[in-house]
Design a protein around this ligand. Structure first.
Ligand SMILES: Nc1ncnc2c1ncn2[C@@H]1O[C@H](COP(=O)(O)OP(=O)(O)OP(=O)(O)O)[C@@H](O)[C@H]1O
Length: 340
């Protein structure tokens, strides 16, 4: 659990366009050094909130407090925030390298530090080979990566990212998400990233905030939102589908077996930890302890090779990505001893 004090407090923000209430009394803290992901369907108000934090959109109510200081009178350029919006806004007359080196140079850092930060950001975004190119010689996706690298190299007080990887292919996007997360942590960078892509949110978020139609539905640790969604809408949005009281049968690759499906050959018992499940593309939470294991069923439970049954201490929610559909399946698992 993150106990660091909030770096930024969004306190009761609202915004309307005509009769449409785009933001309804949003309150959210951004912890120092953490990446908070703001997730929600298209049009729910994410970008509006980001723009308000940046100082580019008026507030109809509420306040934004950064390290104890109300930002109402602080113009965007004095906030010390870096923004990556969907239009990139790169310096067209500068090379890729000079775009990324721009902020460290303005900050009058030493030559070595400028070069180090610039190189690190270029490498993280996998654009070092493009360093000497002009901006007009880049694809849209490459420009997007330059924009992210430029913002990272600035090491701002707060990094604001609006759908920063939207133009990229899925494979590259996943690589860059991984690199971004590593670099943000290495820099202890406080950041807020907006996306409507759930995979991106799960890959990146230290904290997750989900919006729906101008409301902040829930914010907190991603696993907590997943296992204890605050509203039925959020449960559905996150992919929960209750399959009822059924036994959970898993093969050694943690694939779900349907009733009656032939049991594949088993392997060694698989220790189940949250991180092991996540590596396998699954999410499991609530009170599954790190020491929980999958045990082979005793032979009396059926002929044939062993399968694994998850031993759980009490009623749990178990969510696994279905390899067939790519959708998350959530199963309610009853206590051991209960025969399904
Ligand atoms: N200048 C404006 N005038 C009128 N309505 C606006 C204006 N800007 C935004 N809106 C409306 O406010 C709502 C929220 O827009 P916003 O861009 O914040 O959503 P979003 O969650 O970021 O969406 P997306 O993921 O599609 O970018 C939308 O219904 C949008 O049409």
């Amino acid at each position: 659990m993150n106990t660091a004090p909030d770096f930024l407090l969004i306190d009761g923000l609202s915004r309307s366009h005509g009769r449409q209430r785009v933001l309804k009394d949003i309150t959210l803290g951004l912890p120092q050094g953490a990446l908070t992901v703001l997730l929600g369907p298209s049009g729910c108000g994410k970008s509006t909130l980001l723009r308000q934090i940046a100082g580019l959109e008026p507030l109809d109510g509420g306040r934004i407090v950064c390290q104890g200081q109300d930002l109402a009178a602080t113009p965007p350029e004095r906030r010390g925030f870096a923004l990556v919006f969907q239009d990139h806004a790169l310096f067209a007359h500068l090379s890729v390298y000079d775009n990324v080196a721009f902020a460290p140079t303005e900050q009058r850092l030493g030559q070595d530090e400028i070069a180090r930060r610039t190189r690190r950001a270029l490498e993280a975004l996998q654009i070092a080979p493009l360093a000497q190119r002009g901006i007009h010689e880049l694809s849209g996706g490459q420009q997007q990566r330059v924009a992210v690298a430029r913002a990272l190299a600035a090491q701002p007080r707060l990094l604001l990212l609006d759908e920063p990887f939207s133009s990229l292919d899925p494979g590259l996007r996943e690589d860059l998400q991984h690199m971004l997360r590593e670099l943000l942590h290495a820099q202890n960078q406080t950041a807020l990233l907006v996306t409507h892509d759930q995979r991106e949110a799960w890959a990146l978020a230290d904290r997750l905030a989900v919006m729906q139609a101008g409301d902040l539905v829930q914010a907190g640790e991603p696993d907590r939102l997943y296992s204890q969604p605050a509203t039925p809408w959020l449960a559905r949005f996150l992919g929960h589908r209750n399959l009822g009281d059924r036994a959970v049968w898993l093969d050694q690759d943690l694939r779900l077996l349907r009733p009656g499906q032939p049991v594949p050959p088993g392997g060694a018992p698989v220790p189940v930890t949250l991180s092991a499940l996540r590596r396998l593309g699954a999410v499991c939470e609530l009170s599954l302890t790190p020491s929980s294991t999958l045990h082979p069923l005793p032979p009396s439970w059926g002929a044939g090779p062993p399968v694994w049954q998850m031993q759980l201490s009490r009623r749990e929610w178990l969510a696994l990505d279905s390899p067939e559909t790519g959708q998350a399946l959530v199963l309610r698992v009853d206590a051991p001893g209960h025969r399904f």
